[in-house]
Design a protein around this ligand. Structure first.
Ligand code: F3S
Length: 401
C-alpha cells in the first residue's frame, strides 16, 4: 500500500503513539483487503460506546488515547441515557463507567451525541459520493444506500483510527466495482410501514453480505429504507443495497441486472409477524426506535398515544437532538406513561436484560435482542406495539390506576 512521506513518518511513531497505532490499524486492514492508499474522509461514526459491550478493556484503551480527531466524529448509542440514567434502573456502578467512556471520547474531540442516526443531526451533513468511516451497521447501510456516500462497515477501533487521521484505507465500498448489484430481489406485492423491517429481516438471511437490488411495487420513504437496511445488516451482513427507481446511485448511473435472482413471498414476511401470534405469553416490555426514531416516527408514536395511558413498560429511543427539537411529541408520549429515552437503545443498554419477553417493531432489534439481552423478541408494527403497550382495557390520560 502506498504511503506518503508524512504517513510513513506517522507509521514510524514520529507523530506520537496514538497516531502510530491508528495508522497501523488502517495500514494492516488496507494490506489485508488490497487497498492502494489512504483516502481522506469527511466524517467518522464510532461504535463501541456502551460499557455493556466494551467493558473495562475498552475503557482502558480509549482512556489512553491522546490528541484530537481530524474530522467531525460522533458516537453510537451508549449503555444509558446520559442525563437520566436512573429512569431505566441502571446501576450507579455501570453509570460511572459509562460516563468515563464518554468523557474519554469527548477528550479527543468526538461529539458525544450518541446516536445511530447521525444523518438526522444538524451540522453532520453527508453528501453523495462522500467517503466516510462509519461503524454502526444500520448507519453504514443508510449512508451507502440512501445517501450514496461510501463507507465500509468499520469496527470501533478502525473508525476511531480513521477519525484521528482523517483518512481511511481505499478498499471495499469506497470503490465503484464493489458497489454494483450482485443479486436481484423481486417483491411482487405492495409494502407498508413495518413490512420493510420484516422484508429486511428475511432478505438479510438470504443474501448474506451480497449487494442486493430490490424491485418493489411501491416507493419506500426514508424511514422505511432505514428499517429495511438496518434489518438486512443484522440478519445478514448487507452494507449496501439498491432499490430500483429509488436509491440514488442506480437512479443516476443505471445498473446491469444481476444473473442471480430471488423473489420474496408475502408468506415469508407474515412468518416474521407470526412470532407474536404463536407466543403464549404477553410481552413485558415494548420498544420502538431501532434505529433511533426520526421526527416523523416520534410524531406518529405521539399521535397513536395521544389521550391514552400505557399499562406496560414502553420505551421509545431517539437522539437527544431530535428529542429536544420536538418537545411537544416527547410531552405527548410521556403523558401516556411511555418513556422517551436518548443516547442509548434496547440492544446496547443493560436495562433490557431485566426482561424476558420484549416486543419490537424493528427487524434489527428482532435479530439482536435475544443474543445481546437474553430476552425473547417478537415483531409487530408500530401500531401493534402501541396497542400492546396500552392493553385491551385501555385507560385514558388522566384516569388513575
Ligand atoms: Fe441503533 Fe441500537 Fe438499533 S444502535 S440500529 S437502536 S441496535
Amino acid at each position: 500500500m502506498y504511503l506518503t512521506k508524512e504517513e510513513e513518518q506517522i507509521l514510524n511513531g514520529e507523530a506520537g503513539e496514538t497516531l502510530r497505532q491508528a495508522i497501523g490499524i488502517l495500514v494492516t486492514l488496507g494490506d489485508i483487503y488490497g487497498a492502494d492508499r489512504l483516502i481522506p474522509i469527511k466524517s467518522a461514526q464510532i461504535a463501541g460506546v456502551s460499557y455493556k459491550t466494551i467493558g473495562d478493556a475498552g475503557l482502558e484503551w480509549i482512556s489512553d488515547l491522546q490528541g484530537k480527531v481530524k474530522v467531525p466524529a460522533i458516537l453510537n448509542p451508549a449503555g444509558m441515557d446520559l442525563e437520566d440514567w436512573k429512569r431505566l434502573r441502571i446501576s450507579p456502578e455501570f453509570a460511572e463507567k459509562q460516563k468515563l467512556i464518554v468523557q474519554a471520547y469527548e477528550k479527543i474531540g468526538i461529539r458525544c451525541e450518541c446516536t445511530c442516526t447521525p444523518y438526522t443531526l444538524e451540522g453532520f451533513n453527508v453528501g453523495y459520493g462522500d467517503h466516510l468511516a462509519w461503524s454502526e451497521s444500520s448507519a453504514v447501510s443508510y449512508a451507502n444506500s440512501v445517501l450514496g456516500a461510501r463507507t465500509n462497515r468499520e469496527g470501533g477501533p478502525s473508525a476511531l483510527s480513521a477519525a484521528l487521521l482523517g483518512k481511511t484505507a481505499n478498499y471495499g465500498f469506497h470503490l465503484d466495482e464493489n458497489r454494483v448489484p450482485e443479486i436481484s430481489i423481486e417483491v411482487e406485492y405492495p409494502l407498508q410501514g413495518s413490512d420493510y423491517g420484516a422484508l429486511g429481516y428475511v432478505a438479510g438471511k438470504l443474501v448474506g453480505s451480497k449487494v442486493p437490488v430490490f424491485h418493489l411495487r411501491n416507493s419506500p420513504g426514508a424511514d422505511e429504507l432505514k428499517a429495511l437496511g438496518a434489518a438486512m445488516a443484522a440478519s445478514g451482513a448487507v452494507a449496501l443495497y439498491h432499490v430500483e427507481g429509488v436509491t440514488p446511485e442506480i437512479r443516476m448511473h443505471g445498473f446491469e441486472e444481476p444473473a442471480e435472482k430471488i423473489s420474496i413471498e408475502r408468506k415469508q414476511l407474515e412468518e416474521v409477524y407470526e412470532s407474536r401470534k404463536k407466543a403464549c405469553k404477553e410481552p413485558e416490555l415494548i420498544t420502538i426506535g431501532c434505529p433511533h426514531c426520526s421526527a416523523a416516527e416520534l410524531e406518529k408514536v405521539a399521535k397513536l398515544l395521544e389521550g391514552k395511558m400505557v399499562s406496560k413498560e414502553f420505551w421509545i429511543f431517539t437522539s437527544r437532538e431530535l428529542a429536544s427539537r420536538y418537545p411537544e411529541y416527547v410531552r405527548t408520549i410521556e403523558k401516556s406513561g411511555a418513556k422517551v429515552v436518548c443516547d442509548t437503545c434496547m440492544v446496547v443498554s443493560p436495562a433490557t436484560n431485566s426482561y424476558s419477553y420484549v416486543m419490537v417493531n424493528s427487524g434489527k432489534a428482532l435479530a439482536y435482542v435475544p443474543g445481546m439481552c437474553g430476552a425473547e423478541a417478537v415483531y409487530g408494527s408500530m401500531e401493534t406495539c402501541v396497542e400492546e403497550a396500552v392493553g385491551r382495557t385501555a385507560k385514558k390520560a388522566g384516569d388513575s390506576y
